[in-house]
Design a protein around this ligand. Structure first.
Ligand code: FES
Length: 162
């Protein structure tokens, strides 16, 4: 499975990334993507740097970032499981999967296990509607997701057997 970048946050690298995109039209989203690709998340310390580079307010930077579910404010777990909560998957029981993961494994949407092994997030349509409920594990789409499959995926992630 594709693993997430493990590079530790550092401000100098963040500044270089921000500078390399600042002249692009609509630079905010490319900057968020580039920071997340590099560090695995967008550190809070990046927000004032972005605001300064683009000459916009910190509130605006924060508002845009919170609007998009794709951007994380904290490092993700080693395995990221996204559960689709868009309409077609809602119709075939995705909420039951979300509830199960929280009740059985103690991981609510947006949370990471204390051992850093698994992050569970929501996503809105993976283009895999006919095979719903759909999920994505480390970038790989999986259809007909069940509680049992999720249990297996989470157990494998926590024991490092994938
Ligand atoms: S609604 Fe879930 S994959 Fe489209």
């Amino acid at each position: 499975m594709t693993k997430h970048p493990a590079r530790a946050w550092d401000q100098a690298t963040a500044r270089t990334i921000i500078d390399s995109h600042r002249a692009e039209p609509g630079a905010l989203l490319p900057i968020f993507h580039a920071l997340q690709d590099t560090f695995g998340y967008v550190d809070r310390e990046a927000l004032p740097l972005i605001a300064e580079a683009l000459n916009i307010s910190r509130a605006e930077v924060h508002g845009v970032m919170s609007f998009y579910h794709d951007f994380r404010e904290e490092p993700a777990g080693r395995t990221v499981i996204k559960i689709c909560r868009a309409e077609a998957c809602q119709a075939v029981g995705c909420q039951g999967l979300v509830d199960h993961v929280e009740a059985r494994h103690g991981i609510a949407l947006g949370e990471t296990t204390a051992d850093g092994a698994v992050t569970v997030e929501e996503v809105f349509c993976l283009g895999n509607c006919a095979l719903g409920p759909s999920a994505m594990v480390d970038g790989k789409p999986l259809g007909r997701m069940t509680r049992e499959k999720l249990d297996h995926l989470i157990a494998a992630a926590r024991t490092g057997r994938q």
